[in-house]
Each structure stands twice: as structure tokens, then as C-alpha cells.
Design a protein around this ligand. Structure first.
Ligand code: GMT
Length: 379
């Protein structure tokens, strides 16, 4: 099949899932065309594949245009790629503006030359829960969903929320996110571990894009209480708008020697491999890809019981789900795990087993392929 994948190139779950889907489909022999404003993070990270192509969306600038015209430029680029490459399916990840631009391209191609390209829209989370929910965007997102040939969501939570917010006229297929468990696999890296911590210290890790929705301040508050009880260090991986606040908080709590701000990192598998525990304090998380990556590397996860997280974390089995905002309970469960090596190992083992059995790319990617084949056969 010839599939165009439209996504954000930045570090963020939707772009990562889209790129991993592109990589997997290309490996299965499909011809994949990624369309974005720069090559996505993790694009061709693991190996070069001759079935995968990247198309850059360039913006037109003119003094009259006070704001960049990305949505229009993207629609034009999608139409151009579909025509030139004979694309059969356009798969838009994140509704705003990708689904909208995809629908404009679809309509344009149909009116100009009766090309009937199919558009699949995958909703990832904040495009429904935060941004798409705003009054000035709700109608246009609803329109783009109703005009998409298939809509998918990454969790049951997001499916329910999408129905509440947009009441789309067509059914939504739920397809959980996935990872390559051969890549997200714990490695033995004693020297890397020694680089950050001594033998008696525990390592806690948090990975996110440091947006307000992640409530990263809670990570620091939790860690401050933990390190008073157990000698430990915290690895902060990622960057984003909350970082200045976080740095202030680290300074206020005098944690400079115990918190390592590592910024955006490619090699998260190595960092997860030396970690004892992953903590996530998001107020909403439609899925929580970072938590899945941690489980896959045998790192138990402690997080708030919000959004789609209960669909990937089994409380007491591979991590702990904490009532939202309850820092004391968060600290209690974290200490329980840090003090008990056997329990941590057991939860780590369970998490890895679950990810391999339920969330590996070989289980999830065929679900997208089936959906494409359905559309292809019904053309
Ligand atoms: O987490 C973010 O803010 C980034 C965002 C994105 O679209 O890039 O992530 C969303 O999509 C991911 C992939 O489907 C999910 O794993 C994240 O849970 C979701 N983020 C939120 O719902 C906040």
C-alpha cells in the first residue's frame, strides 16, 4: 500500500507513535510518505529503510500574513504528495490541524480530478481534551472527524471523551499505542548507573515534555519527600515550558546535587535501564506512552489514576495508581517500592510481560493495517 502519514515532528507521543507506525509499515513492505514541517524525532532512528520517504511542508511568507499559514500549506502539500505518489490512504495523527488539512486535500483532489483518497484520523489526547475542546475549534474538529473515512483513538478513555465532546457521526475504533519491545528492553549498564548514583542510592526517573498538563512540580515535591527517607537521585528527561519553574523548585528545596536535568534525550532505553522507578504526575494522559516504555524496560510506574493510564497500569501488579493530587499517597507507594527490591523486581517483570503480550508493535500494527485494507477494498 501507499500511505501518507501526517504528524508533528517534535518530541511528543503523537509524533512518536506516527513515526513508529511509519517505520513498522515500511518494514512490512508498504511505501510510506511522512509529511511534516521537519523530519520527525525517531525518523529512521533505528535503521534506514528504502520504503520510507519524507516530504517537507514549507511555508509561504508575505508581509500581509501576520500568522504562518501552516494548515493551508499542509493541505496543499498533502494533495501534491497524493497526486504525485499515487497515495491510497492519508493517515493524520492529531486532529489539529492535520485532520482538517487532510480533509481539505481530500475534497480538493475529488473536485479537481475525482481522486478518492481515504483519510484516517487518529486522535491522541490533547487534540480532544484540551485544544479541540475550545469553543472556536470544536465545530471544525467535529467536521474533520465526520468527513474522515475512519477515526481511531489511542485508549478507551479517549474514545469516551471524544464521543462526549464531539458526538462524531461515525464509529470510533480504539487502537492502543504500541512499542517495539525488542528495542525497549532493559540493558545491563553498570557503568552508566555508576555515573549517576552510588551503590546505595536508588534512581527515580521522569520523562515528559514538561508542559503544565504533566504537573512536573509534583514530581519534585514527591522526590523531595522521598529523598529525606531513602538515599536517591532523580533523572529528569525532556524539556518544555514548565522547566524554569522546576529549576526554581529544585533550588528552593536545595536538591541541586540530587536532581539531574538531562534535557531531551534520544537514548531513553539506557536511562530507563538504570532506573528503579518511573514517576508520572500528569493531570490527564489519554494513554501515557512514556509509562509504557518504562514498563517495557522492567521499570515499575507510579502515576495518578487519570485518563487512559489505568488501561496500561495494573494497580499493584506492575505499578501503582494514586488518587489524583494525593502527594502523601504517592510518596507512600514510592517508598514501599524503593524499600522492597523483590517487590520492585516482581512488578518490573509483570510490566514487561504485559507490554510484550498486549502492546508490542507486532500485535497493534496489524490493527491499523486491517483498517487500511477495509478502506482500500471499499474504494
Ligand atoms: O503528552 C503530550 O502532551 C504530547 C501528546 C502528543 O500528542 O504528542 O501526547 C498525547 O499522545 C500520546 C500518544 O498517543 C499519548 O501517549 C499521551 O498520553 C497524550 N498526551 C496527553 O493526553 C496529555
Amino acid at each position: 500500500m501507499k500511505v501518507a502519514i501526517v504528524c508533528y515532528p517534535t518530541i511528543g507521543g503523537s509524533g512518536i507513535v506516527a513515526t513508529e507506525l511509519a517505520n513498522s509499515l515500511a518494514h512490512l513492505g508498504h511505501q510510506i510518505h511522512i509529511i511534516s514541517y521537519s523530519p520527525p524525532f525517531r525518523f529512521n532512528n533505528y535503521d534506514y529503510n528504502e520504503n520510507i520517504f519524507f516530504h517537507n511542508v514549507s511555508l509561504v511568507s508575505y508581509p500581509l500574513f501576520e500568522f504562518p499559514l501552516y494548515s493551508i500549506a499542509l493541505a496543499g502539500k498533502i494533495a501534491e504528495v497524493v497526486e504525485e505518489e499515487k497515495i491510497e490512504i492519508v493517515h493524520c495523527h492529531y486532529a489539529i490541524p492535520h485532520a482538517i488539512s487532510g480533509i481539505v486535500a481530500k475534497d480538493l483532489l475529488f473536485h479537481c480530478n475525482k481522486t478518492n483518497v481515504k483519510v484516517v484520523t487518529t486522535l491522541h489526547g490533547t487534540d480532544v481534551t484540551l485544544v479541540g475542546n475550545q469553543p472556536n475549534l470544536r465545530k471544525i474538529v467535529t467536521y474533520s472527524l465526520n468527513k474522515s473515512d475512519k477515526i481511531t483513538c489511542v485508549s478507551n478513555f479517549l474514545k469516551r471523551t471524544t464521543i462526549d465532546v464531539f458526538s462524531p457521526a461515525k464509529p470510533i475504533e480504539m487502537i492502543h499505542n504500541f512499542i517495539d519491545t525488542n528495542i525497549f528492553k532493559r540493558r545491563n549498564l553498570p557503568n552508566l548507573r555508576k555515573h549517576f548514583a552510588n551503590e546505595d542510592q536508588k534512581i527515580i526517573i521522569h520523562i515528559s515534555n514538561f508542559r503544565p498538563v504533566k504537573r512536573t512540580e509534583d514530581v519534585i515535591k514527591v522526590f523531595n519527600l522521598i529523598q529525606k527517607e531513602i538515599d536517591s537521585i532523580l533523572l529528569l528527561v525532556g524539556d518544555g515550558p514548565s522547566m524554569p519553574n522546576i529549576e526554581n523548585l529544585i533550588h528552593d528545596f536545595k536538591l541541586e546535587k540530587k536532581v539531574f536535568c538531562l534535557g531531551e534525550q534520544n537514548g531513553v532505553v539506557d536511562l530507563l535501564s538504570i532506573s528503579d522507578l518511573f514517576i508520572l504526575t500528569s493531570e490527564i494522559e489519554s494513554f501515557g506512552l512514556a509509562a509504557l516504555e518504562a514498563l517495557s524496560c522492567e521499570v515499575p510506574v507510579v502515576c495518578y489514576n487519570v485518563g487512559g493510564l489505568p488501561e496500561i497500569i495494573d494497580d499493584g501488579q506492575d505499578g501503582f495508581l494514586i488518587p489524583f493530587g494525593n502527594i502523601d499517597s504517592f510518596v507512600d507507594k514510592t517508598l514501599l517500592l524503593l524499600r522492597n527490591d523483590n517487590l520492585r523486581k516482581e512488578l518490573g517483570f509483570n510490566g514487561r510481560k504485559k507490554v510484550v503480550e498486549k502492546f508490542d508493535k507486532d500485535i497493534i500494527v496489524p490493527k491499523y493495517l486491517n483498517l487500511y485494507f477495509d478502506l482500500f477494498n471499499n474504494r
